[in-house]
Design a protein around this ligand. Structure first.
Ligand SMILES: Nc1ncnc2c1ncn2[C@@H]1O[C@H](COP(=O)(O)OP(=O)(O)OP(=O)(O)O)[C@@H](O)[C@H]1O
Ligand SMILES: [Mg+2]
Ligand SMILES: [Zn+2]
Length: 426
């Protein structure tokens, strides 16, 4: 079993904070809580800063208490022993609405059925090669996308429960764009709002500059020598091409007319050089812009320049940018979203994991559904629902070997469950 788990899982188990998990032990064998009868767990091996860690008051002996579930940081008296009258919206029972994907056939997955509680956090666990990403990207994402577009599930026989969903976000580490024309400002749509602000200034109006003039992607206001890149590519014949600063705009990307316009004393090229954190302080209106910038800060991108080219973003940064877009979308009213993340914890510092979990919480608070494929069992320990793939990799994997709330599967068999017990009770 040790051999099956990637070495890095062990490393994380040692490195991560255990206190919270310890305080919320799930005693093995006490997991026979009907799925419908338990509340949202607020317990966590990773801290949930959005809601704090609470007092852990109501752990003992009640339905749902066995999961360490019914904790809240809200200043409330301990709830009544048997739950139904709890007046905490976070303690809605699992089991009312489900997304069910059955007959999954893709890669090594042969005929698997999965259930996902709507509005909750599900963690897909399993050893490397067991089929997590296959299920997430090639069955769940593909089927949801197809069904939302009025089609049939892809790589699965049936998808039930999709009618409550209005959108899907796949938050992976793939690049957000392959050209320097895309950057955090354009990808988050913050730039559209910023351009509109600049076009609304008296200076822009005097010069008859519309919002389009402040785009570096269309002709009109940009520097045409470098077509808005600020740099020019020099062909080196036998060596890789090099980029040199445009000598006409001096790297400022725009023509003199546009660069003469200021919004609150900043020119458009200065705005693009601001970090997201600086921009969030600088732009306090319109509210939509403040919301977008706030989401970018919340996912941990505050240090990135608004205009940093997409080609220069790391995989983790690209993933957080997608998460920020999902946060903005998820906070809007209307139909709820399905947000899928593949190994978001990989490479994150524990402090960043706290931030990640807070972002997932924000999505859940707005009734969106989150599914994460993740090796790191500390994330699994805070999930409402586990879909455990295995038992091994490749042809020896691809099956759902455990499925349920942590408390319900903790007594089961398989490598994940064995390690999950350690995470929760160490
Ligand atoms: N495009 C593909 N075509 C055929 N087989 C694939 C494809 N992608 C993955 N597989 C195989 O399917 C199995 C499951 O792969 P998958 O990527 O779903 O595993 P995983 O659980 O996400 O693993 P990891 O934790 O390493 O990301 C593996 O044996 C893999 O080799
Ligand atoms: Mg994978
Ligand atoms: Zn130029």
């Amino acid at each position: 079993m040790q051999d099956l788990l990637p070495a890095r899982s062990d490393v994380k188990l040692v490195r991560w904070p255990f206190e919270a998990a310890r305080r919320d032990q799930v005693p093995p064998g006490r997991g026979a809580v009907p799925a419908g009868g338990r509340g949202r767990r607020e317990t966590t091996g990773v801290h949930r800063p959005a809601r704090g860690l609470g007092q852990g008051a109501d752990q003992q002996g009640r339905p749902g208490g066995a999961t360490g579930s019914a904790r809240s940081d809200r200043a409330q008296p301990p709830p009544a022993p048997d739950g139904p009258e709890r007046h905490d919206p976070l303690r809605q029972p699992l089991g009312k609405d489900w997304l069910e994907l059955s007959g999954i056939e893709v890669h090594n997955v042969r005929g698997a059925d999965i259930r996902i509680p709507v509005g909750r956090l599900t963690c897909l666990t399993g050893v490397s090669g067991s089929g997590k990403s296959s299920v997430l990207h090639h069955a769940l994402a593909t089927s949801m996308e197809a069904v939302l577009a009025g089609g049939e599930p892809v790589n699965a026989a049936k998808l039930l429960g999709a009618q409550d969903f209005g959108w899907l976000a796949v938050v992976d580490q793939d690049p957000i764009g392959r050209t320097p024309r895309s950057n955090p400002a354009t990808y988050s749509k913050a730039y559209d709002l910023i351009r509109t602000l600049f076009a609304g200034t008296p200076e822009a109006k005097e010069r008859s500059l519309s919002a389009t003039a402040f785009s570096f992607n269309t002709a009109g206001g940009r520097c045409e020598t470098c077509t808005g890149y600020g740099k020019r590519q020099v062909d080196m014949h036998f060596l890789p091409d090099v980029w040199v600063t445009c000598d006409v705009c001096d790297g400022r990307r725009f023509g003199p007319d546009v660069l003469a316009v200021t919004y609150d004393d900043a020119t458009i090229d200065q705005v693009l050089e601001m970090t997201i954190e600086q921009a969030a302080e600088f732009f306090t209106q319109p509210p939509q812009l403040a919301t977008v910038l706030d989401a970018l800060v919340r996912v941990g991108l505050g240090y990135v320049a608004l205009g940093q080219s997409a080609t220069e973003l790391s995989g983790g940064e690209a993933q957080r940018l997608k998460l920020a877009n999902a946060l903005v979308r998820g906070a809007k009213g209307g139909k709820r979203g399905l947000v899928l993340l593949d190994e978001p914890v990989t490479g994150l510092h524990p402090a960043d994991v706290e931030r990640l979990v807070a972002c997932l919480d924000a999505l859940l608070d707005k009734k969106n559904t989150v599914v994460v494929a993740e090796h790191d069992l500390h994330l699994a320990a805070v999930a409402d629902w586990i879909v455990d793939m295995g038992p091994a990799a490749g042809a020896d994997g691809g099956r759902v070997i455990n499925q349920g709330a942590v408390a319900d599967i903790i007594g089961g068999a398989g490598p994940t469950v064995a390690y999950l017990r350690k995470v929760i009770t160490t």
